[in-house]
Design a protein around this ligand. Structure first.
Ligand code: DQA
Length: 172
């Protein structure tokens, strides 16, 4: 099996920064869920795209999904404790979960909020994100490409940190 390091032309795994791509409720149902809104690619396609993008950018990407708010909060604690950058699609939790917001507030590395659709162009309740203010930034409305753009942003932020000699996790 080709390792991530192999795909990077010999770059050591240890040198690759780990990034968590975390997905909230109903996102495992991509492909069958409202394809007119979310497209026809399924969650495995999304995971493969994120891992492949990570390899290209020198990031080791781990993709997870849960329908459970407590589990997602636990993963955000893990990221905070491990100083791991996060790409997060909070799905419906975006619009009402203060527990998620409080977990994100503890972050110790960049966290990019992503959405496949453009919530601002949809129903009124989707216009509010209770997490946006505590994220590094938000990318929405580009389909699965939102994740690619978010991983690029993470890679650039990490490179910037390294170039300026900023100790992790300075670029919050
Ligand atoms: C979503 C947008 C949310 O409003 C919705 O609840 C989702 C998916 C998106 O990726 O477009 O589940 O986060």
């Amino acid at each position: 099996m080709e390792t991530a390091a192999g795909a990077m032309g010999g770059k050591e795994d240890a040198a690759m920064r780990e990034v968590l791509v975390l997905n909230g409720p109903n996102l495992a149902r991509l492909g069958t869920r409202e394809p007119d809104v979310y497209g026809t690619a399924n969650f495995d396609d999304l995971s493969a795209l994120c891992r492949e993008t990570g390899r290209r950018l020198g990031l080791h990407v781990e993709v997870r999904q849960t329908d459970d708010e407590a589990e997602l909060v636990g993963w955000l604690h893990e990221a905070a404790d491990g100083r791991l950058p996060v790409v997060l699609n909070p799905a419906a939790f975006t619009h009402y979960s203060y527990a998620l917001r409080d977990a994100i507030s503890q972050r110790t590395a960049p966290l990019i909020e992503v959405h496949i659709s453009n919530p601002a162009a949809r129903e009124e309740f989707r216009h509010t994100s209770v997490v946006a203010a505590v994220a590094t930034g938000t990318i929405a409305g580009f389909g699965l490409r939102s994740y690619v753009l978010a991983l690029q942003a993470v890679a650039e932020l990490l490179a910037e940190q390294e170039a300026t000699g900023a100790a992790r996790p300075a670029a919050r």
